[in-house]
Design a binder for this molecule. Structure first.
Ligand code: NDP
Length: 477
């Protein structure tokens, strides 16, 4: 694998592509070539881990203010190349430049870097009296292995990289095989300001990830992706007792209470479900609505959906894009087709023919709302990870809560109501890492985020997130 040297005048894409060869990455909106991704082999991975290991002790020895300062410098570097990064992300992932999409994602990288640089990391005094003294310190772990998905490739990489570096670790990152260029572009920009070998990207398919999770010189794996892959990683990591943060799949429920105002909540409901064209781990994937409001909520959602253009991400007018890959398109199509075949009612969408969506031949699936669907329909109980929302009618709130909690996953959830106390009482009964009230999926770098049940374990963001990439060390006398 030979890559080009950084030189003046080259575009970001030119800087990250191999001189020759590489794997072709196609635009999911058009099928056109975006670029060629270098493909590392296992020897490249071992060499990367060795370099990251060699660099780690020097990095850990730097003052915390230095490390925080470099995260801020990295944020500046991203801001300086924000538009080029957003265009690359839009072309490779498919998400539009506008809306809560590519420019928003690049902006979130900046925000998370700055926030992660700002959280205090002080030793904690646990005990200080006549019986004794104890302090809890947080030491670096070593080299962190980061493995990410294709839906928010830049932002999720930053979630893994920023806290790891801040705490004195170095990072070897393996991007998703679907979106390697976005992560390579991000890492290229970060490495214009970071010292050598603190952050090394190793693009390649599953065997690279598997080796990373077993590597004796990797202290911790931060993983975001599907639950089945997460289970493999947990098993592989057992060999070397690696620390793990696992952010896995979800099938988030939203519950509308009978005092909600459908018109007031419709747009937030829509974006809670359709952010990134539904390809978001903590998007709302099933919506429970009471009899009394059912038709009003359905009508309000259809009206909002009709105002949200879908198409090529580089077209400034679009806010929804294609599915990133054909495999995900097939999942969405299978689930919607099965729901329609079982008698559920199509409110909008469900026709993926090229004439109905976009004639370009991309992986477009229309914005789809499905009503009068059984609570145990596959579109309800499986993760669709795309632009199709089932709306389930309920008469008894206890039954809706039981249905929301019935699955083995529990990433996010939401309650929609005009009465905050009532909403909080329902929220307390939901099994999830986060329950939002009158919003869904609204993450904040200051607020810890993680999953319940098979949606994973470990917290990201805030001071809690920093502790997760450190070795707790008690000193007692
Ligand atoms: P995967 O879990 O298959 O892949 C996520 C990452 O893990 C990729 O970088 C992948 O690399 C890597 N990987 C694959 N196998 C291994 C392994 N044995 N050891 C270590 N790393 C490995 O997710 P997909 O991207 O294929 O998406 C499939 C499903 O996952 C989606 O349909 C969706 O339901 C869910 N998903 C959930 C996300 C979330 O944020 N919770 C995000 C994306 C997907 P490679 O690409 O090279 O195979």
């Amino acid at each position: 694998m030979t890559t080009q040297n950084v030189s003046d005048g080259q575009s970001l894409l030119e800087r990250i592509q191999p001189v020759s060869g590489g794997r072709e990455i196609l635009d999911p909106a058009t099928g056109e070539l975006v670029g060629r991704a270098p493909e590392a082999d296992l020897a490249d991975l071992d060499a990367a881990v060795a370099r990251a290991k060699a660099a780690q002790s020097g990095w850990a020895a730097r003052a915390d203010e230095d490390r925080a300062g470099l995260l801020n410098a990295a944020a500046d570097a991203i801001e300086a190349q924000a538009e080029e990064l957003a265009v690359l992300l839009s072309r490779e992932q498919g998400k539009p430049l506008n809306g809560p999409n590519a420019r928003f994602e690049v902006g979130a990288c900046v925000a998370w870097l700055r926030a992660t640089a700002s959280f205090p990391v002080e030793p904690e005094v646990l005990l200080d009296d006549e019986s004794g003294h104890a302090e809890l310190h947080h030491r670096p772990l070593g080299v962190v292995g980061a493995i990410g998905p294709w839906n928010w490739p830049m932002m999720i990489s930053i979630w893994q990289i920023a806290p790891s570096l801040r705490m004195g670790n170095t990072v070897v990152i393996k991007p998703s095989g679907y979106t390697p260029l976005s992560v390579l572009g991000l890492v290229e920009v970060l490495n214009t300001v970071l010292p050598a070998d603190l952050l090394i990207a190793v693009p390649g398919r599953g065997d690279i990830g598997d080796r990373l999770t077993r590597h004796p010189d990797i202290a911790k794996i931060m993983f975001t992706g599907s639950t089945p892959t997460g289970k493999k990683i947990i098993a592989a990591a057992a060999e070397t007792v690696k620390r793990l943060t696992m952010e896995l799949g979800g099938n988030d429920a939203g519950i509308v209470l009978d005092d909600a105002d459908p018109a007031a909540i419709a747009e937030d409901l829509f974006w809670g479900a359709f952010i990134n064209t539904g390809q978001t781990c903590a998007a709302m994937k099933r919506l429970y609505v009471p009899d009394a409001l059912y038709d009003q909520v359905c009508d309000a959602l259809v009206a909002v959906a009709g105002q949200m253009p879908m198409g090529n991400g580089l077209d400034e007018g679009n806010v929804l894009g294609p599915l990133q890959n054909r495999a995900q398109w097939e999942i969405v199509d299978r689930l919607v087709t099965a729901a329609v075949d079982s008698g559920a009612r199509v409110l909008t969408g469900a026709d993926p023919s090229p004439e109905a969506v976009d004639g370009s031949g991309g992986h477009f699936y229309p914005t789809t709302l499905i009503a009068d669907i059984d609570g145990d329909d596959p579109l309800v109980v499986e993760e669709q990870f795309g632009p199709a929302l089932p709306i389930i009618r309920y008469t008894d709130l206890d039954e809706a809560i039981a249905a929301a909690n019935a699955l083995e996953v529990g990433l996010g959830s939401s309650v929609w109501s005009s009465d905050l106390d009532r909403a909080r009482a329902v929220a307390a009964r939901l099994e999830a890492g986060t329950t939002w009230i009158n919003k869904h999926g609204a993450i904040d770098p200051r607020v810890p985020f993680g999953g319940a049940k098979e949606s994973g374990f470990g917290l990201e963001f805030g001071a809690h997130g920093l502790r997760e990439v450190s070795q707790p060390h008690v000193i007692s006398w």
